[in-house]
Every structure is written in structure tokens, then in C-alpha cells.
Design a protein around this ligand. Structure first.
Ligand code: UTP
Length: 280
């Protein structure tokens, strides 16, 4: 299966960090957000990744490209461990790029992938979202897609105060963690949200989504929303994601994710000690 990673947005909620630096390239703990995303795709069995980029996004291409000078320097300095890490990034998977000319929204970004995807089902992983779980989030979706052969999206239950920040679905549970979706609303008013089930940035779609996007008028924030295009499909399934997601859209999201990842590494004890002293 191919994957599409939209990464062309302006990242306005994280300005000024994102003025000339793509949000997707900001490091969470020790690597760029989009590297976590690509690693999830690869761990889910995906071997072809298309990144949707825009202006100011060259650093994404550079990150996944070979850097001969850097490798040469590391090799000569005998820095074998870090050299291996650097090479691993380039060897991860085949990455292609297509540019979204205007930032007209997530739906419009996905439409840019039409030529590359053709008629096959494909995965979408938002480039500013990291997931963490035993079975990779995209793999969980692929397994359900293989059973139902219908567009499948990943869901999580969120608290009332966050309902206006996500795409929310109305759905009936059909199996323990599987829902048949009857309605999708992008960033509803909290009082009008149909449930607490939110979309978390991972989708398996079929090629009929492209026509639906073309038929979709700009919606919330004046953008062509993927949620609105999904609403036009006859059957969509949701899978309650078993794991954690980090949508790194603001500086506070970023800070929380970085601390959590730091607490899971060898830095854990030192970090706890530092925070304790600092807070005291
Ligand atoms: P977001 O809406 O979270 O990102 O889109 P954004 O638009 O960059 O951020 P804000 O709202 O201005 O703060 C989710 C993902 O879709 C991509 C983004 O790069 C992000 O990874 N995206 C969004 C596009 O590729 N194109 C767009 O037109 C919009």
C-alpha cells in the first residue's frame, strides 16, 4: 500500500516557530515529527510514501535525502553509531514529493496525490501527528480495511472541551472497537458535537475520495476539508485506536510530547530530577 503524508500547511498555530521551518520538521525529543510518521508507515508495511509539500518545505526533502558530505565527515571521524542513524533515515523507504500550490486545506492536499495513487486504496498519515502503540496505528487500520474494504479512519475518545478542535463523528458500534460512521463534522461547536469520537489523523481511503474532494466546497476556516469529502462517501468505518496520539499543532502540544518522549528514554531519571528541582 502507498501512503500520503500531507505536510504543506502553514502551521499558523505554532508561529513563529513555523515561519520558515515546517511544523513537521520540528523535533519532538530527538527527531523530526515527520520521521516518526514515516517510521509508523514503514512499520505498517508501506513501501511507497508521497509527501505533499509546499513553499519553505525543502528541509523535509533534505532530511530524507542522502547527505554525502555529512556521511563522509562522520565516517572519517569514526562516529559509526551516529553514521548508522543518519543512513537509516535515507534507507527507510522510497519517498516522492508533490507540491500543493496553495494551502487550500487538507482535502485539497490529498487531491494533489491523485496521479501518484491511481485506483488503489491508500493510507493517509498527517505529518504533524505522532502515534504510539504496540501495533502501529496505520497497521490497525489496514487490518480492518482488509476485512470491510471500505474507507476506514482512526478514532479516539476526547473530552468535551476539545470537541471544537477535531473532526467529530456520529457512529454506531458494530464490533468491540469498530464503528460504522453515519455523520462527520469538522470542528463542531461543543454544544453541537454528535459524540466524543474524534478523528486522529490516520485514514485508509479508496480512490473515490478524489471525486468527492472535487465536489467539496470550502468549509471551516475557508478550507477544503477532508472531513466534508468523507461525508459524501456511502460507507465509512472507524476504529477506536489502541494507543496514544500526539497532534503537534501548538507549542504546548509540542512541549508535552517532548517531555513524554524524554521520560521514556535513558534520560528519564535525569529529566525527573531536573523537573523536581526546577519546580521546587
Ligand atoms: P493542520 O490544519 O493541522 O495544519 O493540518 P496547518 O494548516 O499547517 O496548521 P494551522 O491550522 O495553520 O496551525 C494537518 C496536516 O495537513 C497538512 C499540514 O501540513 C498538517 O501536517 N496540510 C494542511 C496540508 O498539507 N495542506 C493544507 O492546505 C492544510
Amino acid at each position: 500500500m502507498k501512503a500520503v503524508i500531507p505536510a504543506a500547511g502553514f502551521g499558523t498555530r505554532f508561529l513563529t516557530a513555523t515561519k520558515s521551518q515546517p511544523k513537521e520538521m520540528l523535533p519532538v525529543y530527538d527527531k523530526p515529527i515527520i520521521q516518526y510518521t514515516i517510521e509508523e508507515a514503514v512499520a505498517s508495511g508501506i513501501d511507497d510514501v508521497l509527501i505533499i509539500t509546499g513553499r519553505n518545505k525543502h528541509s523535509i526533502e533534505n532530511h530524507f535525502d542522502k547527505s554525502y558530505e555529512l556521511e563522509y565527515t562522520l565516517q572519517n571521524a569514526g562516529k559509526d553509531r551516529v553514521l548508522k542513524e543518519v543512513r537509516k533515515i535515507t534507507d527507510l523507504v522510497d519517498v516522492c514529493y508533490v507540491r500543493q500550490r496553495e494551502q487550500n486545506g487538507l482535502g485539497d492536499a490529498i487531491l494533489c496525490a491523485e496521479r501518484h495513487i491511481g485506483d488503489e486504496p491508500f493510507a493517509v498519515l498527517l505529518g504533524d501527528t505522532i502515534t504510539k502503540s504496540k501495533i502501529p496505528c496505520t497497521k490497525q487500520l489496514i487490518d480492518i480495511f482488509n476485512r470491510y474494504e471500505k474507507p476506514t479512519i482512526s478514532l479516539k475518545t476526547i473530552s468535551n472541551d476539545k470537541l471544537n478542535k477535531y473532526g467529530i463523528v456520529e457512529a454506531n458500534q458494530s464490533e468491540s472497537n469498530i464503528y460504522k460512521i453515519s455523520r462527520l463534522v469538522e470542528k463542531p461547536k461543543i454544544s453541537e458535537a454528535p459524540s466524543n469520537l474524534a478523528m486522529v489523523g490516520r485514514y485508509i481511503l479508496t480512490s473515490d475520495i478524489f471525486d468527492k474532494i472535487r465536489q467539496t466546497e470550502p468549509g471551516v476556516d475557508g478550507e477544503v476539508q477532508l472531513t466534508d469529502a468523507l461525508s459524501k462517501l456511502d460507507e465509512v468505518y472507524g476504529v477506536l485506536f489502541e494507543g496514544k496520539t500526539y497532534n503537534v499543532a501548538t507549542r504546548f502540544d509540542w512541549l508535552k510530547a517532548s517531555i513524554e518522549f524524554g521520560l521514556e528514554d535513558s534520560t528519564k531519571d535525569e529529566l525527573i530530577e531536573y523537573m523536581k528541582t526546577f519546580i521546587e
